[in-house]
Design a protein around this ligand. Structure first.
Ligand SMILES: [Zn+2]
Ligand SMILES: [Zn+2]
Length: 211
């Protein structure tokens, strides 16, 4: 197991590292929620979704993720005024980390950002431990995906609490420690912009993304 994993946007302008990658130090899940689908479509990156609209997400401790270059390309998007802060590299519209707020210390990174000639997400983090919010999945997904696994929720909570109490909440790659303000500019979608994405998203999309 390597001591760090490389994270990069599709074009390579934005690069970061994640310390101590291993199946134990992260939580890797497939998220089928409509918001993750909408975010990918907003960026024109439906290629990041699996055939059921799932996003493969690796949740890491904030302090384990450090950007090395291309920070001037990082911007944030919120699908609504209270939505997640979804950070992406504007050079090539690659998501580089989802966060709720600095008080809930985790960063969800799209697994594809870790794929390169040197490493694969599976080698670094193991396979996803499960899937969440399968009710928004497009088409038929396995039955166990549709329910809520309390084991998975406990696992995620345990990791987030351990990060909080072991000093891995700060420094945060997307929030300033002193002011708690976002480090990068954020755009919030208008309700009209948000609604325009809904036909593209599960569980029953009525439109196809533009090619
Ligand atoms: Zn890029
Ligand atoms: Zn989601």
């Amino acid at each position: 197991m390597s001591a760090s994993a490389e994270l990069r946007c599709r074009c390579g302008e934005v690069r970061a590292t994640v310390k101590d990658p291993s199946p134990r130090t992260v939580n890797r899940v497939i998220c089928y929620c409509a918001d993750c689908q909408a975010f990918a479509h907003q960026l024109g990156r439906a290629d990041l979704l699996d055939s059921h609209g799932g996003t493969d997400i690796v949740q890491v401790a904030p302090a384990s993720l450090t950007f090395l270059q291309g920070q001037d390309k990082i911007v944030g998007l919120r699908l609504s005024p209270k939505g997640l802060h979804r950070w992406y590299a504007r050079c090539c519209n690659t998501p580089v980390g989802n966060t709720v707020s600095p008080s809930i210390p985790f960063v969800g990174v799209v697994a594809q950002c870790f794929a390169s000639e040197r490493q694969t997400p599976d080698q670094l983090f193991g396979q996803p431990v499960g899937a969440i919010l399968g009710k928004y999945a497009v088409g038929d997904v396995p039955k166990q995906v549709q329910g809520v696994s309390f084991g998975m929720i406990l696992r995620a909570l345990r990791l987030i609490l351990s990060w909080r109490f072991s000093g891995k909440a700060w420094p945060h790659p997307f929030f300033d420690q002193a002011t708690r303000h976002p480090r990068y500019p954020i755009t919030v979608l208008t309700p009209e912009q948000r609604d325009a994405l809904r036909p593209l998203c599960g569980p029953h999309p009525t439109a196809q993304p533009a090619p």
